[in-house]
Design a protein around this ligand. Structure first.
Ligand SMILES: C[C@@](CO)(OP(=O)(O)O)[C@H](O)COP(=O)(O)OP(=O)(O)OC[C@H]1O[C@@H](n2ccc(N)nc2=O)[C@H](O)[C@@H]1O
Ligand SMILES: Nc1ncnc2c1ncn2[C@@H]1O[C@H](COP(=O)(O)OP(=O)(O)O)[C@@H](O)[C@H]1O
Length: 324
């Protein structure tokens, strides 16, 4: 029996430009992701019992168990749990390889630190970590390009969670080129301001289609000087933050304007919606500024929780491999 543990980062979109939808309903995107050091950990273990089982435990920033989210994740249909979906794709490949005898049974444990349904790609990070972990568990030898292609088939954000760092996403936002590698320290400090209620990604895109799509300009990739600013000092980055989903998300959730206003008033360098929201990302100078802003905003009426974090973080990676 073997056990492999892998981790993958959540994300914030530094830029998110959205084009009019194509006939399949998806939207062309030009987006720059920054991986955050809020990481999901996925532990996979071969099991004598056939099938794939998953247990998800969610944590609060202080490391204690987030009982409400843990209960909510227990209600997610295992067929739709992104870690399970990712593991099943690799399980089918393993069934044809040397580990075929142990491929039939798998247990997965997800330790969750990325808020659920917040526009921070927690589910996609679970899929990315599960892909990397199962690739190792069953010694499939899949390379980065193959994992990226499988990731893309699971969800538009999965390739960004695999890649990490600061990365440009084109196509559906799922074809990646890394602009800057991630590291442990991070140079951009953020306070992620959570809402009391999640927001559905398709709903935000539908609202974009209703009002904004007709006037959407042609999409262009960032020029070299913009790439330099996105990867540069926080003050330069602050001028580049843009998100075409912010207006539709604010129409659906007008109270998010209060969160954005409160973050600006409290001294954030710049403020943006994270992806399709509803999490609001406040860019700050450094770790100390992040702690002070998180303290100042944690009692704001529209803020459920304020989480300091930083990026760019490393992409999905193996943490440990053990024979058990
Ligand atoms: C908006 C973004 C920005 O990074 O992230 P979130 O804020 O949700 O985390 C992503 O595009 C979301 O990524 P993800 O949540 O993985 O998307 P998917 O599961 O592939 O798609 C969910 C739904 O989003 C819409 N969708 C997604 C990507 C895209 N390029 N066009 C779309 O229209 C579709 O309605 C789709 O049914
Ligand atoms: N592993 C997972 N983690 C979180 N949500 C998941 C997962 N698998 C499926 N889901 C479903 O996807 C929804 C949103 O996923 P999540 O990745 O947390 O948010 P977002 O797409 O906003 O970044 C959840 O409400 C949940 O029903």
């Amino acid at each position: 029996m073997r056990e492999v543990r892998a981790s993958a980062p959540g994300k914030v979109n530094l830029t998110l430009r959205v084009g009019a939808p194509t006939p399949d309903g998806y939207h062309p995107l030009v987006t720059v992701f920054e991986a955050l050091n809020l990481r999901e950990t996925v532990t996979v273990r071969t099991s004598k019992t056939p099938g794939v089982r998953v247990e998800t435990i969610a944590y609060l920033p202080d490391g204690s168990i987030d009982e409400a989210t843990t209960r909510a994740m227990a209600d997610v249909d295992p067929q739709t749990h992104l870690a399970v979906r990712a593991a099943r794709v690799l399980q089918r490949l393993a069934a044809a390889g040397p580990w075929a005898s142990t491929a039939a049974g798998l247990s997965i444990r997800v330790d969750k630190r990325v808020p659920v349904a917040g526009g921070m790609a927690g589910g996609s990070a679970d899929a990315a970590a599960a892909l990397v972990a199962c690739n190792e568990l069953w010694e499939l030898g899949l390379g980065d390009e193959q994992l990226q292609a499988i990731g893309r088939s699971l969800g538009a954000d999965v390739p960004a969670c695999l890649a990490g760092g600061i990365a440009l996403g084109t196509g559906r936002g799922d074809h990646m080129s890394v602009l800057r590698d991630g590291d442990e320290e991070g140079r951009h400090h953020w306070v992620m301001l959570l809402s009391h209620e999640g927001l559905s990604t398709p709903e935000v895109f539908r609202e974009f289609d209703r009002v904004d799509a007709a006037g959407a300009p042609a999409l262009a990739e960032p020029a070299p000087e913009e790439v330099a600013a996105l990867c540069g000092e926080p003050e330069e980055l602050g001028h580049c933050l843009v998100n075409d989903l912010q207006a539709p998300a604010l129409r659906l959730r007008p109270e998010l304007a209060e969160t954005i206003g409160a973050a600006k008033d409290a001294g954030a360098l710049a403020v943006t919606l994270s992806g399709s929201g509803p999490t609001v990302a406040a860019l700050v100078r450094d770790a100390e500024h992040a702690r002070a802003l998180a303290d100042a905003l944690s009692e704001a009426p529209t803020v459920a929780r304020a989480i300091p974090t930083h990026g760019p973080a490393c992409g999905a990676r193996i943490e440990s491999t053990e024979a058990i």
